[in-house]
Design a binder for this molecule. Structure first.
Ligand code: GLN
Ligand code: ZN
Length: 756
């Protein structure tokens, strides 16, 4: 089928944010959980938010609006519901909404689905489970209801679903099931779904298949072909747009184009090039939805450059529509509320609403010529020029310092030598006990921060309260008998934001919230310029803590890769260069901590795995600069100063070599749930340094027993000699309650004593 004028569209986005411009959905969902509002009220808020965002998108000039990207929690979970793939353990819950939230976050006696990162973003999806008992069955009622709702409002609605390949590839097989083996069962369900959407009046459907930007085997490419040949066979269906994003579909593009689908959406901001499109002749009679406006970052688009890409594309496609490169889920709603931002910096930015406007302008130019948008083009050029020439983007001093650091900047003495020096200096017992950094963020701490913001207490009073918290945490650790203490991180709202607020080159937003998972939203800082540390950031707190105890207190810093991963980062230079600047700032902090008498410094890199490129060919280069940045950050201290790092939230399998290459004296990792497999992997990779596999899971309020922890420890000792083993929980304690923390740590210390 060829794309004809009556069914084409020209301006769209791949998805809309859903939390609400003022996080209304978060409040409503949490209100429902707490019993403050009922299901009807929750639905009313949701309906209103959907109506607002669809209308805003259409009024801003989109002629196709994605519908179905709204969710009470997560779109993968919604897809599992639609396909009848919820795990059997929630099947007994009669109320559909209760069942949904039980799958998302657990309920009395019901474990929730696992959660993991959505590709290389900081959004977390729920991992569907496919087991022998999974009986797929289509229930499209939620999507059909939304579609009806949108059409009643006069919205040019394009329903969006997650495709069968992505759904299965991201699911977890249980009891020996390989989810991809069940593909053939899903095809008829999707065909049925397409028929239902067509009956409901949908002219197009968007089927999201981001999994196509990963490396695919020949067999997987074959599955792409058979799936989309089967879905596009038959005419009781809407036109099919297959959306790929977060990278180039590479060989999958030709495969998709060889099937009768009507369109593909491509991400031109992270990998896809216009020449890849030209190389696929079959695209000459398809709609290409060109993602030229970055859906993941917050920089204003260079409209001139985007227009030349679009002009080139016009020559090789059947029809062209302009879009964002991905869903707008990953950026804040609008700049409107950002009145506190420096106006010059603000002029360089585009959040969700502004990106929709950029799409409109570009689509208008494609249709009516560049003269029609001369004013917008000039404004874009001016913003780009203002940004390029801003002195804050090029700090000569920091650049000269980085250039002048010799080859040995990232090198310390051999690990064995360091170990001897540190042993003599620290005199720790066998199996030293410690924690990962944070202690419970109590109401008192949050109140103090709110009071400071509201101006009811001044800076000195705030500091006094934080000192009180630190003193409590030190006293607790002394009482429990831990060996290496921490100050508890009470002064940190967030482990990245805390540093961003103190470094030049970063800006904070007032309302730039994005969904991280469920009702959890984050406000990533904006890293816009050269990064410079103008003063110590943590020394005051750590030295205060150290002054209260004779035991060593670990300094706590966030590593350069994690700071980048959880910020919106400048796109005018390679990430590697930005990472080195952040690393230098952290390095200065480690040196200052050391000079102030701190003998152990931990540099956390929980996001090391998150930024790993999706394609294997790009991974080595990333790991190279990521490891280099960590080493630059940590190699400025003496050999008798002990460097720790902490990693979590991921399967480390693919990056074991890099973990060893970090060359930290001690690495603590999340291992309680992965059963210590990581220890064997690390040993195989030649890792011979200190290791603290988490001996209990902090993600649950349950207090582990002494014997349970003892067993974990004994298991760990099978893989790692006791001389290199540390004893710690698997992550920070900030989300836990005071009483559980005390009980759990008491058992941990006792278990270590028994094993010793
Ligand atoms: N030091 C941090 C804490 O304990 C580490 C957090 C993390 O791993 N994400 O909170
Ligand atoms: Zn952690």
């Amino acid at each position: 089928m060829t794309v004809t004028t009556h069914n084409r569209f020209t301006a769209t986005v791949l998805g809309l944010p859903r939390i609400g411009p003022r996080r209304e959905l978060k409040r409503a969902v949490e209100g429902y959980w707490a019993g403050r509002i009922d299901a009807a009220e929750l639905e009313r808020v949701a309906r209103q938010l959907r109506a607002q965002s669809w209308s805003a998108a259409q009024d801003s000039g989109l002629d196709a609006v994605p519908v179905g990207t709204f969710s009470f929690y997560d779109q993968m979970l919604d897809t599992a519901v639609m396909l009848g793939a919820l795990p059997p353990r929630v099947a007994g819950i009669g109320d559909p909404l209760e069942r949904y939230f039980a799958a998302a976050r657990g309920a009395e006696g019901v474990e929730p689905l696992e959660m993991t990162k959505w590709f290389d973003t900081n959004y977390h999806y729920l991992v569907p489970e496919i087991g022998p008992d999974t009986r797929f069955a289509l229930d499209p009622s939620a999507l059909l209801a939304e579609l009806r709702e949108a059409r009643e409002l006069g919205i040019a609605a394009r329903p969006v679903v997650i495709g069968p390949l992505t759904f299965l590839a991201l699911s977890k097989g249980v009891d020996g099931v390989a989810p991809m083996d069940r593909l053939a069962e899903l095809i008829p369900l999707y065909r049925d779904l397409l028929a239902r959407l067509s009956d409901a009046g949908a002219a197009w459907v968007q089927i999201d298949e981001p999994v196509l930007v990963r490396d695919l085997s020949e067999a997987e490419l074959g599955a792409v072909r058979t799936t989309y040949a089967a879905l596009s066979d038959g005419d009781r269906r809407p036109n099919i747009l297959v959306a790929t994003y977060f990278g180039s579909p590479g060989p999958a593009l030709g495969v998709l184009a060889s099937t009768p689908i009507e369109g593909v959406a491509l991400d031109f901001r992270s990998g896809t090039t216009v020449s890849e499109v030209a190389a696929v002749p079959a695209l000459a009679d398809k709609l290409v939805v060109a993602g030229v406006v970055d859906g993941r970052n917050i920089w204003r688009t260079d409209l001139g450059a985007a227009l030349s890409e679009l002009a080139t594309l016009l020559g090789s496609v059947g029809a062209l529509a302009v879009s964002t490169s991905s869903s707008l889920l990953h950026v804040p709603y609008s700049l409107d509320t950002e009145t506190g931002l420096d106006p010059v910096l603000r002029s360089w930015l585009a959040f969700g609403a502004e990106k929709i406007d950029e799409v409109r302008v570009l689509a208008h130019a494609v249709g009516a010529g560049t003269d029609a948008v001369a004013a917008e083009l000039a404004a874009s050029r001016a913003a780009i020029e203002s940004r390029r020439s801003d002195p804050r983007l090029h700090n000569a001093a920091v650049r000269a310092r980085l250039a002048g650091l010799g080859e040995d900047r990232a090198r310390r003495a051999p690990a064995q030598r360091r170990r001897e020096l540190q042993r003599a200096q620290l005199r720790l017992p066998l199996l030293p006990t410690t924690t990962i950094g944070s202690y419970p963020q109590t109401t008192a701490i949050r109140t103090a921060r709110a009071d400071l913001r509201a101006g009811t207490i001044d800076d000195a009073q705030y500091r006094e309260r934080m000192r009180g918290e630190i003193a409590d945490v030190i006293a607790l650790q002394e009482k429990l008998g831990l060996d290496v203490l921490v100050h508890g991180e009470p002064e940190r709202n967030d482990m990245v934001q805390y540093f961003a607020e103190q470094l030049d080159g970063f800006a904070a937003t007032d309302n730039g919230w994005v969904q991280s998972y469920g009702t959890r939203c984050v406000r990533p800082p904006i890293l816009y310029g050269d990064v410079v540390r103008t003063a110590p950031m943590t020394v005051e707190w750590i030295t205060y803590a150290q002054s209260l105890t004779g035991k060593p207190v670990k300094g706590m810093l966030t590593g350069p890769v994690t700071i980048l991963a959880w910020s919106f980062v400048r796109d005018d230079q390679p990430l590697a260069d930005t990472a080195r600047q952040v690393a230098l700032a952290i390095r200065d902090e480690t040196v200052d901590l050391e000079a102030a008498g701190i003998r152990i410094v931990q540099v956390d890199e929980p996001a090391l795995r998150e930024l790993l490129p999706l394609r294997r060919a790009d991974q080595e280069q990333y790991l190279d600069w990521a490891v280099g940045a960590f080493r630059l950050a940590t190699a400025g201290v003496r050999d008798d100063t002990q460097i720790h790092t902490h990693l979590c939230y991921s399967e480390f399998g693919e990056i074991i070599g890099a973990i060893a290459a970090l060359d930290a004296d001690v690495t603590s990792v999340e291992a309680a749930r992965s059963h210590m497999e990581i220890l064997d992997d690390l040993t195989t990779a030649g890792y011979a340094l200190g290791i603290g596999p988490g001996v209990y899971d902090i993600h649950s309020p349950r207090v582990p027993s002494v014997s349970e922890i003892e067993n974990s420890l004994r298991e760990a000792m099978k893989a790692v000699p006791a001389e290199r083993l540390w004893v710690n929980p698997d992550c920070g304690l900030k989300t836990r309650g005071r009483a559980e923390v005390e009980a759990s740590l008491r058992n941990m210390v006792e278990a270590a004593a028994r094993v010793r």
